[in-house]
Design a protein around this ligand. Structure first.
Ligand code: GAL
Length: 410
């Protein structure tokens, strides 16, 4: 349209038809309005950030990843459910600008059969409009994970919830259920778990310990107190803090909730009830005072593995890894699984999930977030294959890779 206005004006000028000042002014006016309209039309197209529909045949860690509608995938701090031959990716729907770090929309879901190309299934779990609701728009809803309960046939979503306007002080876990994998999920409740119960391995010494209220943080005496249960005791009646979290379903169908607790200093692993919607009184602490966040738990050849991050907020740090013969421990530290350039900052990302690939032998994908806290909608995804050196998981950077790195199952 802009071009035709311009062309008409040039022609008119060329044929010297409009020599009067009035006509010159009129023509310049038409030209200016035409160019503005043209520029506006173009910028509204680019601000949608769409490209032609892409069909991926490989992963491109860190690049903008478009869904099948050619829109950048919006599912951060995500988790994956494999159900009836389809992968479902649930994650935080982020919006533009710093306010987009809070949940203004909800939890989005995508589906895929090949893991490369993702169809937007919409908002599976919506933030509420009701200002009285715990999940009102502006609350923080992070790291959603969904599991399927074979007995109840319900899909159960757990997530980290922070109440609106309270920063990260609420430190709750929330739960929602649905009959359909893609939702809508119905909010059940949120709480600080394990109120009034000791971890399964609590010693009589721990139960009886008392701590000085004036202990200065980060001193050796304070560290020792943390290990002995300073914060477990403080929160014993009201429930333990629960921030970064993940879920894990074992081969026998038992589900576990793994979360950062005790002021993010200690990971807790808790057994969920048979219907997956509440906690039991069985839980344990791993690495008291170890400062682990962003837990991702998986099982390989009968051993349990954990990949975590340290605690530096949205900024990346070095990942950690752990192995154990039992989910209840003892867990052994294996160090930073990342090797090569960028290993010290987990290739500028933070773990969120480790996905076992269906139909492949010994195949796990490390999923992580490259956060963009100033414009969270622009956050990127780092997916890398988990390699092993003996029992130790290894993560190496790849600009591009595909599932052929894994061996097919016989
Ligand atoms: C990170 C955590 C994220 C988010 C962020 C807020 O450490 O892993 O999920 O809570 O802090 O600063």
């Amino acid at each position: 349209m802009g071009f035709s206005v311009f062309y008409f004006c040039c022609k008119a000028w060329q044929f010297n038809k409009f020599k009067f000042p009035f006509f010159r002014a009129f023509l310049w006016g038409v030209l200016a309005v035409g160019s503005l309209l043209f520029a506006g039309f173009n910028s509204s197209r680019t601000s949608e950030k769409t490209v032609d529909k892409a069909v991926y045949k490989s992963f491109h860690p860190g690049a903008v990843w478009y869904d099948t509608d050619s829109v950048h995938i919006n599912a951060h701090g995500g988790g994956m459910l494999f159900h009836e031959d389809t992968y479902y990716w649930f994650g935080e729907h982020k919006t533009a600008g710093v306010s987009g770090n809070t949940a203004l929309v909800g939890i989005r879901c995508y589906s895929s059969q090949d893991l490369y190309n993702w169809k937007n299934e919409g908002i599976a779990f919506e933030s509420a409009d009701d200002p009285e609701s715990e999940i009102v728009k502006g609350a923080v809803m992070e790291r959603p994970k969904v599991i399927f309960n074979e007995a109840t046939k319900k899909f159960v979503m757990w997530f980290h919830l922070e109440l609106k306007g309270q920063g990260y002080s609420a430190a709750r876990t929330g739960v929602a259920i649905s009959d359909k994998v893609t939702g809508p999920y119905e909010y059940l409740r949120s709480f600080r778990p394990n109120a009034g119960t000791w971890p399964v391995d609590a010693t009589e010494k721990m139960k009886a310990a008392s701590f000085s209220e004036s202990l200065e943080w980060w001193t050796p005496a304070w560290h020792e107190a943390v290990e002995q249960g300073l914060f477990v005791k403080r929160d014993f009646e009201t429930g333990q803090m629960s921030r970064d979290m993940t879920l894990f379903v074992d081969d026998d169908g038992t589900a576990y909730h793994i979360h950062s607790s005790e002021e993010n200093l200690t990971l807790h692993i808790s057994k969920l009830s048979a219907d997956y919607t509440s906690f039991t009184d069985r839980w344990t602490r791993i690495f008291p005072g170890g400062h682990n966040e962003a837990p991702a738990l998986f099982k390989r050849k009968g051993k349990y593995y954990l990949i975590t991050s340290g605690c530096t907020g949205w900024a990346p740090n070095a990942a950690r890894s752990f192995v154990s013969d039992s989910i209840w421990g003892p867990w052994q530290q294996l160090g930073n699984p990342c090797v090569g350039d960028g290993a010290e900052l987990t290739f500028h990302s933070q773990s969120t999930f480790v996905l076992p690939v269906n139909g492949k032998e010994d195949a796990f994908i490390f999923m992580a977030d490259r956060w963009k806290p100033k414009n969270p909608i622009d956050g990127r995804y780092i997916w890398l294959p988990v390699e092993f050196q003996g029992d130790k998981p290894l993560l190496k950077w790849r600009d591009e890779w595909d599932l052929s790195v894994f061996n097919a199952k016989d």
